[in-house]
Design a protein around this ligand. Sequence first.
Ligand code: GDP
Length: 425
Amino acid sequence: MKKNCAIVGINWGDEGKGRMVDLLTGDYDVVVRYQGGGNAGHTVINEYGKFALHLLPSGVFRQGVTNVLGNGVALDPENLWKEIQEVTAKGVAITPENLKISDRASLLLPWHRALDGLEEARLADKKYGSTKQGIAPFYSDKYQKKTVMAGELFYPEHLKAHLKDLMEWKNLTLTKVYGAEAVTMEDLDQWLETYCEKIKPFICDTGAFLRQAEQAGKKILFEAQLGALRDLDYGIYPYTTSSNTLASFAPVGSGLPGAKIDQVVGVVKAYSTCVGEGPFVCELFGEEAQRLRDAGGEYGAKTGRPRRVGPIDLVATRYGVQMQAATNIALTKLDVLSDLDKIPLCVRYRVAGKETDDFPFPTLLDDCQPVTEYMEGWKQDISGVRRWEDLPQAAKDYVLRIEEAIGCHIGYVSVGPERDSIILR
Ligand code: GDP
């Protein structure tokens, strides 16, 4: 067993990472979230029920696993506290022993969510498809050094003065740019009391914890949110998220900047989905799209929005595998394709009259057309299959075709949402 492992998305997000982390946490001692916030949802189904986790690491369901929210996440005290309560209500204990929040994680402040909504309203039909969780305003403010770190909650006098300065600065934008209402110190006091005080017991120096864990030979799993094509630097900018979703950011965002990641498990769905605006070359429309969407239950875990769907995109997936430097692939939701007579694959892009295997510069994506090929379907239920040799030949051929095109071994094939619906290869 390799020591450190990152589980990351290869595409646009929603690849089924939560399900893979839930499966693999059994082999790890620590699970760390290192970027992003509550703007996406990992769906996990296990003995406690069905959960849509937004910020909590997916290791919270495993006894003996310590979960860490690293310094790179957008720490929203309100949403985190609500999520902790939801999970606790279903019988999962969340304690300072199994959840540790980095004192260096910056806090998503009450105005960040409001600003997302105000900016999307201003953009009107030019909007980017924000989930309105305040993530973009949060990260812009973090890089402007205009938010507070979780550890500041332990220094109340300093905190109040810091928050007051930030509030006065932010109220200029709220009132003068957007014509919205100003935030008051009373609002902030209430927010501190209702949410921040509740999460305070979980805040500590998680860097020190992780260093000790590493020295003690503990195995660490790094859990990403969204996928390579949403990475701020390497994705389909500006239709990206505001953080780095790549495995190479895991050491920085987790609190172990010197960590070596031994294994990167890239999660790829057997077909494509994309939430929100932006170029999506392989997109299907109409009845064909609706069938796939319903078969796969492709509605956003956080927003309930119908996801855009398409066949697997080998061009984008190969690029995602390269950006993530994936060492192993988990192919999920293969069972969803079981009804199709013929399975479409987007094998290349056509742009400016030429065909290409390479993922183009984002500006060119709008002018790309998919080149589609078809493979035979297997037309039988595969959700009960647990061994590679028991898969129908057509299903094996499909997996092998993807493996060859993306240049990375597919070590896991998922055929259902439950923890054990998996084929190891
Ligand atoms: P994540 O954010 O990457 O974890 O992905 P989501 O949670 O948005 O999407 C994964 C969805 O697919 C969840 O509803 C899972 O329970 C479900 N799922 C994951 N793997 C499989 C699979 O192999 N087959 C089926 N039918 N559903 C799956």
